[in-house]
Design a protein around this ligand. Structure first.
Ligand code: NDP
Length: 285
C-alpha cells in the first residue's frame, strides 16, 4: 500500500524559508511584491487568487490584485501590463489564463518582462528552462511537482520518468525539469500507442492529462512514485486527479493525493519565485 505524499509539509517548508528571507529584505527596506492581474471574474481565477493572497501574507510578500473588465481590448491589456512592468514596487506579475477570446495570447506573451514573469508566460522563460538557465522562472505547477519529489527524497538521477501530457504549462516544462535532475524522461500524449506499456516502465510516473481518474493500477509499475497533477471534477462533481488513487495505491510505493497534493504547493512556489525576482532586481539596481 502506497505512502501518500501530501503537499502541505512541502508548502510549509518552502513558505518558512521564503518568509525568513522576505523578512530579512524588509528589514533593509525592501518589500517583495507580487501583482496578480485578473481579467474578468472566472471562479477558478478567484479561488487561486484567494489562495495566493493568503500564501503571500504568510510569506511576508506584498500582493496586490489588478482587476480588468472581461471586455478589455488587447491593446488596453498590453498598455496595462506595460505600466505594471514599469512599477518598481512590483517584482513578480501573475496573469491568469485562459484570457477572453478577443485576446490573442501569442500577441501579448512578451507583455510581461521576463524578469517579472514568475509563472513562465513569456517564451523567454520557457527557453531558459530548456537552456538550463537558472535566472528563469519555470511555471509554478511543474516546479511544485519537482519540489514534492525533492522534499520526499524520491530518487530521480538515472531513474525512468514518464510524463503524460505535453502542454507548455505543465507537461513539456516538467519533462525539462526532470531531465535537469538527471532522470531518463519519456513524454506521452493523446497519440501515444499502447500508453500502459510505456507507463509501466516508469519509476516516476507523472499524470498531467485532464482526464478524471484515467490512470489506474494497470498503468503503474510496482513500487513506482506517482505524481498526480490533474485537477478534474468527476461525474458527481467531486474534485479528483488524473489518477485513480484507490487503485493506484495498490501498486505504487508513493502517490500524491488530489486535492492536497501538487495543487497545494503551487502558491508556495509562486512566493519563492517572487522572492527570487525581488533579489535579482535588488542586485541589478
Ligand atoms: P492540456 O489539456 O493543455 O494538456 C493535456 C495533455 O494531456 C495533452 O498533452 C494531451 O495530449 C494529453 N492527453 C489528453 N488525453 C490523453 C489520453 N487519453 N492519453 C494520453 N494523453 C492524453 O492540460 P494542462 O497541461 O493544462 O493540464 C493538465 C492537467 O493538470 C489538468 O487536469 C489541469 O486541470 C491540471 N493542472 C493542475 C494544476 C495544479 O496546480 N495542480 C495547474 C495547471 C493544470 P495532446 O497534446 O496529444 O492533446
Amino acid at each position: 500500500m502506497a505512502e501518500i505524499l501530501k503537499g502541505k509539509p512541502v508548502a510549509d517548508a518552502i513558505s518558512a524559508e521564503v518568509k525568513s528571507e522576505a523578512e530579512a529584505l524588509r528589514s533593509q527596506g525592501i518589500v517583495p511584491g507580487l501583482m496578480i492581474v485578473r481579467v474578468g471574474e472566472r471562479a477558478d481565477d478567484l479561488a487561486y487568487e484567494n489562495a495566493a493572497l493568503k500564501r503571500m501574507r504568510a510569506c511576508a510578500i506584498d500582493c496586490t490584485v489588478t482587476t480588468l473588465p472581461e471586455a478589455i481590448s488587447q491593446e488596453q491589456l498590453i498598455e496595462k501590463l506595460s505600466a505594471i512592468n514599469a512599477d518598481v514596487q512590483v517584482h513578480g506579475i501573475l496573469l491568469f489564463r485562459p484570457l477572453p477570446a478577443q485576446i490573442d495570447e501569442k500577441a501579448i506573451q512578451h507583455g510581461i518582462s521576463p524578469e517579472k514573469d514568475i509563472d513562465c508566460f513569456n517564451p523567454v522563460n520557457l527557453a531558459k528552462i530548456v537552456a538550463d538557465d537558472a535566472s528563469g522562472f519555470p511555471p509554478c505547477t511543474p516546479a511544485a511537482a519537482i519540489e514534492i519529489l525533492k522534499h520526499y527524497r524520491i530518487p530521480l538521477k538515472g531513474k525512468r520518468a514518464v510524463v503524460i501530457g505535453r502542454s507548455l504549462v505543465v507537461g513539456k516544462p516538467l519533462a525539462m525539469l526532470l531531465l535537469k535532475e538527471n532522470a531518463t524522461v519519456t513524454i506521452c500524449h493523446s497519440r501515444t500507442e499502447d500508453l500502459p506499456r510505456v507507463t509501466v516502465e516508469a519509476d516516476v510516473l507523472i499524470a498531467a492529462i485532464g482526464r478524471a481518474r484515467m490512470i489506474t493500477d494497470g498503468y503503474i509499475k510496482e513500487g513506482a512514485t506517482v505524481i498526480d497533477v490533474g485537477i478534474n471534477l468527476d461525474d458527481t462533481g467531486n474534485l479528483c486527479g488524473d489518477v485513480d488513487t484507490e487503485k493506484g495505491k495498490e501498486k505504487a510505493a508513493f502517490i500524491t493525493p488530489v486535492p492536497g497534493g501538487v495543487g497545494s504547493v503551487t502558491t508556495a512556489v509562486l512566493a519563492r519565485h517572487v522572492l527570487k525576482a525581488c533579489k535579482i532586481a535588488v542586485q541589478r539596481n
